[in-house]
Design a protein around this ligand. Structure first.
Ligand code: ZN
Length: 248
């Protein structure tokens, strides 16, 4: 069984065909999915489509579109006993992002503190800001962390690994030397599987689906020289450790 710890099932591309997408995922072995909200309205939708058997909710806001983040914090507090994580939240230092970095950090810090006070894990977005996001998480003593689609250097992961941070690996590993290198360096105890669908497809430009979480499993199996079954077993156990999921 595979647990997809991060995807976006509320995305417009899945509208009207969610049942079919989930059925495809199930056939590929992906039996539990965490769908992440991007902003207030999307987070409300995430709560609506979650069934707490196959689909679990996580609520957040993108650092490059941060307006209304206070409403997201309120929504998280109101639903703290229902959701399995806060996210995605984080930092985005990509060249096209215009949101002030100091403001991004201020908001991210609020989410880190919220995660500690509610004892909920963070699903962290850190595009072109991996080093800085990790620094903030370590300095502010974040405890439950999932670094999603980490695009930084594997030279920064030593301390986070020691502190028990998880790194979720997307299907784009198929075309990313950086992610292949990261997996080689990560202990199995710190690895999770994600699809990030509809983004981060194994083939550039294609719409990604949760069933492609399999691709991440295959690559990890190849790079770690262990069986696919073993990868599924360890990464699912890891997911159950950090997220409040029901056993199916
Ligand atoms: Zn995402």
């Amino acid at each position: 069984m595979i647990v997809d710890v991060h995807c976006h099932l509320t995305d417009r591309v899945f509208e009207g065909r969610l049942e079919e997408v989930l059925e495809d995922a199930r056939r590929a072995g992906v039996k539990i999915l965490v769908t992440s909200g991007l902003g207030f309205e999307d987070s409300v939708k995430v709560l609506k489509i979650s069934d707490y058997v196959t689909v679990y909710p996580s609520l957040g806001i993108m650092p490059y579109d941060i307006e209304g983040y206070r409403d997201v914090i309120d929504l998280i507090e109101e639903n703290a006993d229902k959701i399995v994580a806060i996210g995605e939240v984080g930092l985005d230092y990509h060249i096209n992002v215009t949101v002030d970095r100091e403001l991004q950090k201020k908001v991210f810090l609020e989410f880190i503190e919220l995660s500690k006070s509610l004892d909920l894990p963070l699903i962290v977005h850190s595009r072109s800001a991996g080093k800085y996001a990790l620094e903030m998480l370590l300095n502010n003593k974040a405890e439950k962390v999932i670094m999603h689609a980490f695009d930084g250097s594997s030279s920064h992961i030593e301390e986070p690994v020691k502190r028990g941070f998880f790194f979720s690996i997307p299907p784009s590993i198929a075309r990313s030397n950086q992610k292949q290198k990261l997996v080689k360096k990560l202990p199995l105890e710190n690895i999770l599987i994600e699809s990030d669908s509809p983004a981060l497809s194994p083939t550039l430009g294609e719409v990604n689906t949760p069933s492609n979480a399999r691709v991440s499993v295959m690559w990890i199996s190849r790079l770690k020289e262990i069986t696919i079954e073993r990868v599924e077993e360890i990464t699912s156990e890891n997911a159950f450790k950090i997220l409040r999921l029901r056993r199916v």
